[in-house]
Design a protein around this ligand. Sequence first.
Ligand code: CP
Length: 312
Amino acid sequence: MKNYTSVYDIPDLTQWLNEARELKSNPRQHKQLGSGKTLGLLFFNNSLRTRLSTQKAALNLGMEVMVMNFGKEGWALEFADGTIMDGDRAEHVREAARVVSQYCDILGIRAFAGLKDKSEDESEQVLNGFIDHCTIPVINLESALGHPLQALADAITIAEHKTSKRPKVVLTWAPHPRPLPHAVANSFIRMMQQMPVDFCITHPEGYELNDKIVGNTPVFHDQKQALEGADFIYAKNWSSYLDYGKVLNRDNSWMITQDVLGKARFMHCLPARRNVVVEGAVLDSGQSLVIEQANNRTYAAQLVLKKLLETL
Ligand code: CP
């Protein structure tokens, strides 16, 4: 594995999930592996979990960490080639990526979708700009199209908490006042498509996701029908993909309540708006796995870092 940018970079998911469990049982067991190595983390967007869990993972492996809020503190970057840079953009990614590659051994980048221009978002110019010009491995800390560290943590969480061989997992759209990207949903879908689970998606009409990602996964517009018999309910808002970046409705009836949850376990990547996306009582109940998911972010990141360190 050269970079970790997508769940498709995982060569053997079953083996990785076993290894994640092993790492979690003794997180400092490989503390020599990262000795003398530096992880750089560049954030073009806000974060709590990704920032801290990835640092924690690196520290568990004996690495040193440098973090920069690039979106607020870095020079505005140019990504296009051949541009006359006489505007606001002071530095080209060609130099920035090669400079950072000298200071770090592995680089993580968070750069969300702008949700204004679908083709620009789908070009992943920040992530791909760094991958193209870095001379070190790059980890996707959530890009326009995917959040593969979150999806790996979600897979670890489901593997830990399932009580049957083939649990039913449902990804449900949930309301939110602001337009949110598709990255978490995309990576979760791709991950569930590779897991031994019965998986389906439910969302209101108009919230269809990229059909290249959804593929043959069943989609329901009737949330109640989709959630029947679910073992895990994963709630997530996303803005419209077809009417790109728009909030089409805020239908409160899609909020996950205790009634809707039934006997299922509740999952969400966090942050989650209480009593908008999910009833506070659900998050406070023993059925919620959101804190376990956030904990597993450390072991997901640690596994990815370990794999990359082993290639250096
Ligand atoms: N789930 C997640 O990525 O959280 P942060 O945005 O806080 O990093």
